[in-house]
Ligand binder design. Sequence first.
Ligand SMILES: Cc1cc2nc3c(=O)[nH]c(=O)nc-3n(C[C@H](O)[C@H](O)[C@H](O)COP(=O)(O)O)c2cc1C
Length: 454
Amino acid sequence: MKGPYRLTLVPGTGVARQDPFLLETPDGELAFDGAGPAVVGVFARLCERGMTAAACAEEVLAGEGMSGLLRFEYFLLLLFERGLISWSLDHPAVSLTPENALFRPEENVFSGPLCLSRFAYCRPEQGNLVWRNPLVPASLAFHDAASAALPGEFARPRSADEAPKGYTAEEWTAFIGLARNAGILVDPSEEEDPHARTWEAHDLIFHNQARESRRGDSGGTFRFKGVFPAPPAEKPPVSPIRDPIPLARPDLAVAEYRDPPFPRVMEERKTVRRYGAEPISLDDLAHLLYRSARSRCHIEQPHQDLLDRPYPGGGAIYELEVYVAAKRVVGLAPGFYHYDAMEHRLCLLAEPNGSLQALLQHFRDATGIPEIQCGLVISSRMSRLAWKYQRIAYSITLKNAGVLLQTLYLNAHALDLAPCGVGSGNPDLFADLTGLNPFEETSVAEFLVGSMPP
Ligand SMILES: Cc1cc2nc3c(=O)[nH]c(=O)nc-3n(C[C@H](O)[C@H](O)[C@H](O)COP(=O)(O)O)c2cc1C
């Protein structure tokens, strides 16, 4: 990319050894054979404040002649191809930094109206305001408040041809080049194709951040180890336990010959939105919870204790909890209960109240079932899961919730109960019913169950 840019090497890059020359980069070490002292000196400065391409060339030419310069340019090309070079301006104070090796900036030749991408978002990071477009593997950091105000100019499409007051034409063109390449400023028609229109910004951001497409730590990094203790495997009681209700345990040996065979359960499972005249019983509910969601045992581990449950769960962390919104369950008073998965019992959290009414109304609206018998709210103890997993924690918890939903569906069918998933829920109602800090635990999925109609 041509322009008055200062080149720097991306954060995490440094000179590991001078002779023979070795660069340490976020993607591993890179050896450069034949680099003389001038080349090494320039690279050392590129790792710090940076230099323009012209200043680099001048310094290398003076120190090592034309052959040194050719070698330096070849090294620079290798670094460019690996997405290890950032471009910075001092006025406005911005820098464009690749976030993987696939980033390929282009010369900016477009001259129509530009606007902020509807997918662009900004976050404060280490004292800078950093913008990203989830589709572009690069970030655009603004280093002072005056520069940070510039994206606001493009809240509506406008021509970028004329530099605003305080910027020369060259500075402005260079800035537009960075913002275009970062995908922050776009030609409005670029985002109008039908497939692009179906994506909402929050989905695209989540999708790209939760996949391993960008540099940086991701996966099971245990980043809070030694910072604060892992939240315990078994959820501490939500409130002083008032008369917990022990639940019936099915005899699984009996279930082995009473249940329909597995292929039939798989093939015949259906969502059922009508119920029998006699509501679901507490024992039916107990059997469903036992076969689907109980904790079979606690597993001590050096980093973080784990659990064992009937459904598979990422890392065996088992951050999911189940709550019962009981409306018409024979043998169970209406109310909102926590399912204690280790003890296999229910603990009452809230008698029927406005929030429970609102939750039941939500279930009716979402499914068209006029008389709800029992709703299960699946919550995630996100802080327990994210103590281990970085970047991917929320996506893992949604996958886990999907796994639990299918487990509930299959067991409900085997138990001759009427299951129905619910596609949306309300974490505010959940917080109100439980009194829990949403950072610690929040609702992520819902499921209805009732008696099977004749
Ligand atoms: C995650 C999930 C969310 C769902 N959300 C709803 C919902 O909000 N309302 C509803 O009536 N059914 C809901 N369902 C049930 C689906 O509509 C149903 O599974 C689908 O129509 C296929 O029918 P089947 O389950 O009978 O095979 C949901 C199912 C799943 C797995």
